[in-house]
Design a protein around this ligand. Structure first.
Ligand code: UFG
Length: 325
């Protein structure tokens, strides 16, 4: 199969590219390297440095003839999307439309979207399944929902076949050590914990300990990036073989609290870094846990590497490697 990955030099994209390569698919990577890294692009991949806002650059890459497009080129900081919605409207919505329309023009009729649990907003019930009401709490989640809706329309009107993968909290690194590029300016819990453990930050602030959870800190469903990556390969095969669309949650179905993550990280790294309780962060639901039943029923997918130990150990290893560079 010939697979082009938009945003394939980013943290998740690079892990997805690795999974396609492992089974011998041909891959192309399109990335503007604004957050992605050139070192994440494997030698076997054809690399296109380009921007999804530039229709000509998108068309040129697609003119090489691809069976399926995987779209991971989006901004993903929920907090920032509330301050700079224009940036998210332009890149995430307009950029996605450029890719979708470019695909249709070039005859690439299969599409996999990197979507998010952020489409659901404040949970009405747990675990969250795909039927849960879609009511995004932040503009970032709204952009993902808009892209999903466009995919539905383009599917109805133009026969595009798509999979939308709604990730919960992506974390961890390739356990074989093939991926060593660190995210620039990370905003998520695990990289912030690691930066603190490595002494790059003075302390980590736990955002609130008065939530209605057993230890008072927020609970999230962390899913290992290699588990996510495997799901892209499975979903790509699924939509091609069944000629039907697919929308699935990808989560571990297991909740981990912020405090548990911080304390376990201290044990695993053996570094007693400073952590303190701070104010709640705006827009944080107390608890998010996925139901991934549908992904299992449709794809046979289940998280396999998303336990707290593998998540933290695989991330720590990459930080250690970078420290020694
Ligand atoms: N947290 C802290 N301190 C920090 C950073 C995070 O306490 O310095 C806490 C947050 O308050 C939250 C948890 O750690 O309770 C996880 O926070 P992240 O920022 O890592 O992730 P979010 O749950 O806010 O959001 C992530 C992705 C979204 C995605 C969502 C889906 O960033 O894009 O998961 O569940 F939509």
């Amino acid at each position: 199969m010939r697979v082009i990955l938009f945003g394939g030099a980013g943290y998740i994209g690079a892990h997805v590219a690795l999974e396609f390569l492992k089974r011998g698919d041909e891959i192309g990577i399109f990335d503007n390297l604004s957050t992605g890294l050139r070192e994440n692009v494997p030698g076997e991949a054809k690399f296109y440095k380009g921007d999804i806002l530039n229709k000509e650059e998108v068309a040129k890459a697609l003119s090489d003839g691809w069976d399926i497009a995987i779209h991971l080129a989006a901004f993903k900081a929920a907090g920032e999307s509330m301050m700079s919605p224009e940036k998210y409207a332009e890149n995430n919505i307009a950029g996605s439309l450029n890719i979708i329309t470019g695909c249709l023009k070039s005859g690439c009729n299969y599409f996999v979207l990197s979507s998010s649990a952020a489409v659901y907003g404040e949970p009405k019930y747990i675990p969250i399944d795909e039927e849960h009401p879609k009511d995004p709490e932040n503009y970032y989640g709204f952009t993902k929902l808009e892209i999903e809706r466009n995919l539905e329309w383009f599917s109805k009107l133009k026969g595009l076949r798509y999979a939308s993968l709604r990730y919960f909290n992506a974390a961890g690194y390739d356990t074989d050590g093939k991926m060593t590029g660190l995210e620039k300016n990370p905003a998520n819990l695990l990289p912030i914990i690691m930066e603190t453990a490595m002494g790059m930050r003075e302390k980590i602030v736990i955002f609130g300990d008065d939530y209605p959870t057993p230890d008072g800190t927020c609970i999230r469903d962390y899913v290992h990036v290699t588990d996510l990556a495997r799901a892209h390969v499975m979903a790509s095969d699924y939509i091609r073989e069944h000629d039907e669309n697919l929308i699935v949650n990808l989560g571990s179905e297991n909740g981990i609290s912020v405090l548990e993550m911080v304390e376990t990280a201290k044990k695993i790294t053996g570094r007693n870094f400073k952590s303190e309780i701070g104010e709640r962060r705006k827009g944080d639901p107390a608890k998010l846990v996925a139901s991934s039943k549908k992904a299992y029923e449709k794809l046979g997918w289940k998280a396999e590497k998303s336990d707290i130990k593998t998540l933290l150990e695989s991330t720590y290893k990459v930080y250690l490697k970078n420290e020694k560079k």
